[in-house]
Design a protein around this ligand. Structure first.
Ligand SMILES: [Zn+2]
Length: 311
């Protein structure tokens, strides 16, 4: 029997048994017997996916393979793909419970929910099958399994980017990402156009004299991003500057002359949670998906969900 996703997830988390937990995960006090029921969690649930204007209902397994196939290049190592599959499964199950979209559980816009492709790539399908039903849990709740392309060497804590403290989303080292195609970027602006752009955000800003004199104190986040920077007696957040100048990340450095402002960034994305290129580097160094996930989602546990007869 196929079940709709939304109403069943909470029940799964509250009542589900715990099976097949990797050895490194803390053992639960009681391991429950697997009740009779469907063998595959992912092939037992349906998910409503908003594709443009259309809502398409598909098996969770089909949806997740489409996410892994869209989010990661085909040549990524299998353990990185499996880490992505677990993060994507956790993301969609939590999202379905939060009701962000009224007619669907999730959309296929990567800036809103998760990217998706209808092309079923064999290695993506395999990654989903080999992690069937596995999700990330913190204090008995599905975590906010955020992820991004590459961090530039260190991820950010959720609090530094979104303002609220989330225990399992902390700044962690993320070495080996230099191979990412969007690892770093340099853009150059005339001092005049830089000033004009800042004025759209702070019309009252005073930028007189030489450009190097406009810049004041900078504070940094634990993840090497700019937290705040004083420019022309005004204070800006790193996140504001990222959005204002269309920068790839908040890991920003300025180089300033009389006429030119050079902005260098490292990393691509919000840099909170799992780094996709960091996962690739870890997998290439021999880490399994469990180790990758426990590195990027500190103190989160991996748990296998299943559907019981009653569900
Ligand atoms: Zn969405």
């Amino acid at each position: 029997m196929k079940q709709r996703i939304g109403f069943i997830i909470l029940l799964c988390v509250l009542c589900g048994g715990i099976l097949g937990i990797p050895a490194w995960v803390e053992k639960p006090a009681e391991v429950l017997e697997l009740p009779e029921g469907p063998r595959s969690f992912d092939q037992s649930l349906q998910v409503r996916v908003l594709l443009g204007e259309q809502v398409e209902t598909m098996l969770l397994s089909h949806y997740l393979a489409g996410v892994v196939g869209a989010e990661l290049p085909e040549d990524f190592p299998m353990e990185a793909k499996k880490a992505q599959a677990v993060a994507a499964r956790t993301f969609v199950l939590r999202q379905a419970g939060e009701g962000k979209h009224s007619q669907a559980d999730v959309c296929a816009d990567s800036s809103c929910c998760q990217a998706w492709t209808g092309e079923m790539k064999p290695l993506a399908v395999q990654a989903v099958e080999e992690t069937d039903g596995l999700v990330l849990i913190y204090h008995d709740e599905l975590i906010e399994a955020t992820y991004f392309s590459c961090s530039g060497g260190k991820t950010e804590a959720a609090a530094a980017v979104w303002g609220s403290e989330i225990p399992y989303l902390q700044a962690v080292d993320s070495p080996g990402e230099e191979q990412a195609p969007r690892f770093s970027e340099v853009i150059e602006l005339s001092a005049e156009s830089f000033a004009a752009r800042l004025q759209t955000l702070r019309p009252e800003i005073e930028l007189t004299g030489a450009a190097p004199d406009w810049f004041g104190m900078i504070t940094y986040t634990e993840g090497n991003g700019i937290d705040t920077i004083d420019i022309g007696e005004q204070q800006f957040r790193g996140t504001e500057l990222r959005s204002l100048f269309g920068l790839r990340s908040t890991n920003i450095r300025f180089s300033v002359t009389e006429d030119t402002i050079t902005i260098s960034t490292q990393g691509y994305g919000h840099r909170v949670g799992l780094s996709q290129y960091g996962a690739k580097a870890m997998a290439e160094q021999g880490s399994g998906f469990e180790e990758i996930l426990s590195h990027y989602y500190r103190d989160a546990k991996i748990k296998r969900l299943f559907l019981s007869e009653e569900a």
